[in-house]
Ligand binder design. Structure first.
Ligand SMILES: *Cc1c(COP(=O)(O)O)cnc(C)c1O
Length: 474
């Protein structure tokens, strides 16, 4: 280290000296001493690092006043919630990084209600005896899927792990090579398989797997035929996939269980609404699968959960497996899930009440109208030198749902922004609430499909703020 840097490091004040400063005293009046002290240490560490890297010179102001000028903000950001609401203007309806499904009003109310007091989670109010936490959703899910029995766990990954552990540990599971899915976040079918103790037997090729491939791979050690929905990719062209019905017929003949990991698990027929080719859960149950599992927070539009439906005697093995306790769901999830599922009793109501379904099915006319409205408001804020236009675009379902399906939409495009679209996107992201947009070809794009009606005013305000901020820096 150079002499100048050593000198600078020696010049830095001590923590205790800083704590006596008036600004710091004010912060100490409102916040715990340990938190403030810790933050002061962080500030000093940052400075030391900057000195070592040569960013600080003899001319830099190293007064206590200067050092602590950022302290109030830093302490404040530590006590404010870090997990917070954002506005999603990307058009990706189920954005895993943005928390996937937006919950329905009913689900939100259920969470609030249940969180604020005791509840009958595992208590049967009729008999006054102990009850089951799953009881609140079992009948609903049976009604909606046609299945014999139901189990709910933390997420679908846990559901698959539990099913494989309970049904196939130490034995073989046959899967097509075209379905060795990676969902992201290291959820890969082969790895889940080895974690469960089941042995993966791959059959067929990437693009074509025939029933005869499964049949030839069956041994006395086979426990399960597994079909995995290729939820986030499609194999197109010269392809052949064995249907669930065919697997069920084979399973019956050879006395093997058949399971489908559906991934998204749709309860309404989106295909009939012109969106994608997603099979419904009830179609998989009807086809005769012993076990079907899917996510609660993908196309279903509910809370994070893994839903397992199927034959009673098979689900019994899962319920009794020790892992079930490790992946069980909490009361808030059950409450939100119950409310979400109630909307599905009438599919028409589900399309209105479940935000995920509503967003996916908004009419082009409404999207255009909303875009025009937002366009007008933003044009007024940004002034006439900036081009704010409405243009046709494509939305994605996202969240490992409906891959390759791009839904026509309308987006507001902003062009000619001073300092560039990237800088504006960063400014909007830094606001409260953060607004997430797309940047493409130097344009800032906002897809109104995922913007909730009440968020329009927030977006307009954010643009006003960023205009002030960015123009003041010019
Ligand atoms: C999304 C998905 C999972 C994982 O579901 P989570 O609820 O995110 O745990 C598992 N399998 C498939 C096929 C999926 O699409």
């Amino acid at each position: 280290m150079q002499k100048e840097q050593r000198n600078l490091l020696c010049k830095l004040p001590q923590v205790d000296e800083i704590l006596r400063n008036a600004t710091v005293q004010q912060v100490l009046a409102n916040h715990p001493r340990r938190l403030v002290k810790e933050t002061v240490r962080e500030l000093l560490n940052d400075l030391r690092e900057r000195i070592r890297q040569g960013w600080v010179t003899a001319e830099t102001d190293l007064s206590i006043e200067k050092i602590v000028s950022v302290l109030p903000g830093r302490v404040q950001s530590k006590v404010l919630p870090n997990l917070c609401k954002v506005v999603n203007a990307t058009g990706v309806v189920l954005h895993t990084n943005l928390g996937r499904a937006v919950l329905s009003v009913g689900a939100r109310e259920a969470i609030k209600d249940i969180a604020s007091g005791y509840c009958n989670l595992e208590f049967d109010l009729g008999s006054g005896a102990r009850g089951s936490r799953y009881a609140h959703v079992v009948d609903l899910l049976k009604f909606l899927t046609g299945a014999e029995d139901v189990l709910v766990v933390n997420n679908n990954a846990a559901g698959v792990l539990l099913a494989l552990s309970a049904l196939a540990s130490g034995r073989e599971v046959i899967v097509s090579r075209g379905q060795l899915v990676e969902i992201g976040g290291s959820f890969r079918v082969p790895e889940i398989m080895s974690q469960s103790g089941a042995q993966l037997v791959e059959v067929g090729s990437t693009n074509r797997t025939y029933l005869s491939d499964y049949e030839a791979a069956i041994s006395e050690n086979t426990a399960l035929l597994l079909k995995v929905h290729t939820s986030n990719y499609r194999i197109q062209g010269f392809t052949c996939e064995t249907t669930l019905e065919e697997l069920v017929t084979l399973g019956k003949k050879r006395r093997l269980l058949v399971m489908e990991d559906m991934g998204s698990g749709c309860l309404v027929n989106l295909k009939s609404l012109g969106i994608g080719e997603e099979p419904t859960v009830s179609s998989a149950v009807k086809a005769g699968a012993d076990v079907v599992c899917f996510s609660g927070d993908k196309l279903l539009g509910g809370p994070q959960a893994g839903i397992i439906v199927g034959r009673q005697e098979v689900l019994k093995l899962m319920k009794e497996h020790p892992l079930n306790r490790a992946v069980r769901v909490g009361k808030l999830t059950i409450g939100a899930l119950e409310a979400t599922l109630k909307s599905y009793i009438d599919p028409e109501i589900a399309l209105r009440e479940i935000p995920t379904l509503r967003m996916l099915t908004i009419s082009p006319e409404e999207l255009e109208e909303r875009s025009e409205k937002l366009r007008g408001l933003l044009q007024a804020v940004l002034g006439n030198e900036i081009q704010v236009t409405v243009r046709k675009d494509l939305s994605e379902a996202g969240g490992g749902s409906l891959p390759t399906v791009q839904i026509p939409t309308y987006a507001v495009a902003i062009q000619g922004l001073k300092r560039g679209a990237g800088e504006w996107a960063a400014c909007l992201r830094g606001g409260d609430p953060a607004i997430l947009v797309r940047v493409h070809d130097g344009k800032l794009l906002m897809d109104v499909r995922t913007i909730l009606p009440e968020e329009t005013a927030l977006i307009v305000k954010a643009f006003q703020k960023c205009k002030q901020k960015i123009l003041s820096e010019l």
